[in-house]
Design a protein around this ligand. Structure first.
Ligand code: BES
Ligand code: MN
Ligand code: MN
Length: 490
């Protein structure tokens, strides 16, 4: 055959294959969406059942419930027809691991999520029981939202992955192998998960990590999280006299640990809200002006932000916008402070000690251990002779950046574009998920942070909720990620 004719025929064959693939993919997407529609109610009632179990990882009182939640998930995975599902014990709460390998030559998606939740306190501020999920309409969620602890963080978002997987499997359109690692200790710092992933490195072989445990800008402004802050968390104690004293007899002559602690904390930031700990900013990877200009394009209303929080104005580090302060800049915040008399009425007392819990949100490339050490050294150095100061480190976590120029990101972007009808914008987030940097270090894998929550969903707060729109949109978008990822990797 003539060379040109030969290439012509080959191109026609390739083209028709591409068209056929495209047609199959479209039919699959159609069938998946139909399956989701048909099973909508059940998908919701299963999530409600999951939300009824109070899997608070921080409080040993709930240990049995944490266990029961792992069992619940194991059952759901078993019903789905995975090849393998195990509850794997750790030194702390167990990990639920499941997998379905359909074809070793296909790419493997490793889904990570957490089934533990934050404590529900303060309970009196909830309008309905934190573990009695109810659906209510809100201004932002006119089609309804589920109210319960963990609704968005992370049970609702994690469970979308099981239902998306079910929809793909039941319509014969699973285009990647799937592995799931659902942990029970994210809200307490994932301290045993690093050992776990090192120990089970073989089992966790995959091509990409997929996580829905973050948010997006708004339901009509899809976005993909491109980075997370890290965390250093410490508890401090200031001790003065060996007993509580009469504030009339001793006041003015003996150092008051609460006054001293307040002074010390205040001195940790200067008048520009710049943190004063020597060396604190040394490793900060500054954002380029290009990246900052890109960020500034994200829709953001300072007025709406203040109004939603009932504050007259925002406040933070000089020289940075509100969005920048909350995402690309490191911070120092007191999370709790106590000491002295806090009962009814007035008691005149000069307390013997004062305590505070302090968090520092970190950005690439700050190292939590190094920052904790710098804090400790500085805090001890500024203590006056009149008191004794001690610093106790708690769990921390490393910051993470997820590249926006990778094949994985491209697949996620196409998936969101297809389901939302709009190209998502990459945005850095201020929250932390400690294990993400470990996935890269230990497994050598990049993560896609495909989150569907909204900042207004009140995660960690009373009346946490998750939009039904977001739940179903997530279930619809996840299979599109698998589809585009498989196509790109071909
Ligand atoms: N899912 C959140 C983190 C998050 C929320 C990231 C929204 C981005 C957007 C996670 O469960 C969480 O709460 N992490 C903790 C850290 C952990 C060490 C307790 C946090 O950020 O405080
Ligand atoms: Mn979470
Ligand atoms: Mn959380």
């Amino acid at each position: 055959m003539h060379k040109v004719a030969f290439f012509f025929v080959i191109s026609i064959i390739n083209l028709s294959q591409t068209i056929a693939n495209f047609a199959i993919q479209s039919i699959n997407s159609y069938m998946i969406n139909q399956y989701i529609q048909e099973n909508k109610e059940r998908f919701l009632s299963e999530l409600m059942d999951l939300l009824k179990i109070p899997s608070v990882s921080a409080d040993p009182k709930f240990n049995d419930d944490v266990k029961a939640t792992a069992e619940f998930l194991k059952k759901r995975f078993t019903e789905l027809g995975v090849d393998r599902v195990d509850i794997i014990e750790t030194k702390g709460h167990p990990v639920v691991y499941a997998e379905k390998i359909i074809d070793a030559s296909l790419p493997t998606v490793l889904v990570y999520g957490h089934y533990d939740v934050q404590p529900a306190d303060p309970i009196e501020l909830w309008h309905s029981g934190p573990f009695e999920p109810v659906i209510k309409k809100t201004e932002i969620h006119p089609e309804g939202a589920i109210f319960a602890r963990g609704a968005c963080d992370d049970k609702g978002q994690m469970y979308m992955h099981l239902k998306a997987f079910e929809a793909m499997l039941k319509t014969d359109s699973l285009s990647c192998n799937a592995k799931f690692i659902i942990e029970g200790e994210e809200e307490v710092g994932s301290e045993n998960l690093e050992t776990f992933i090192s120990e089970f490195k073989e089992m966790l072989t995959a091509d990409v990590i997929l996580v829905s445990d973050t948010g997006m800008i708004a339901n009509d402004v899809p976005s993909i999280t491109s980075g997370l802050r890290g965390l250093s968390y410490v508890e401090v104690e200031v001790v003065g006299p060996n007993r509580d004293l009469h504030s009339g007899l001793y006041g003015g002559a003996v150092a008051n640990p609460i006054n001293i602690l307040a002074d010390m904390i205040a001195s940790l930031q200067d008048e520009n809200k710049h943190i004063t700990i020597p060396g604190f900013y040394d490793d900060v990877l500054e954002c380029s002006s290009d990246e900052r200009a890109e960020m500034a394009k994200a829709p953001f209303s300072e007025e709406a932000y203040c109004k939603a929080l009932d504050i007259a104005e925002t406040d933070g580090e000089k020289g940075f916008s509100t969005l920048e302060r909350a995402t690309i800049r490191p911070t120092l915040d007191v999370n709790g402070i106590w000491g002295g008399y806090i009962g009814e009425g007035a008691k005149t007392v000069l307390p013997s000690k004062a305590n505070a819990k302090i968090s520092m949100r970190l950005v690439p490339n700050q190292d939590p251990e190094k920052i904790t050490a710098l804090f400790q050294k500085h805090f001890e150095s500024i203590a006056p002779e009149s008191v004794k100061v001690s610093v106790t480190p708690h769990h921390g976590g490393e910051p993470a950046l997820t590249p926006v120029d990778s094949l994985e990101y491209k697949a996620a972007s196409l998936a969101m574009e297809e389901s939302f009808g709009k190209k998502p914008i990459p945005v850095r987030s201020g929250g932390s998920i400690p294990i993400i940097s470990m996935f890269e270090k230990v497994l050598g894998l990049k993560t896609i942070l495909l989150g569907f929550g909204l900042d207004s969903d009140a995660i960690h707060s009373p009346n946490e909720h998750y939009g039904l729109y977001n739940y179903y949109k997530g279930i619809e978008t996840i299979p599109l990620f698998y589809k585009h990822y498989a196509a790109i990797k071909k």
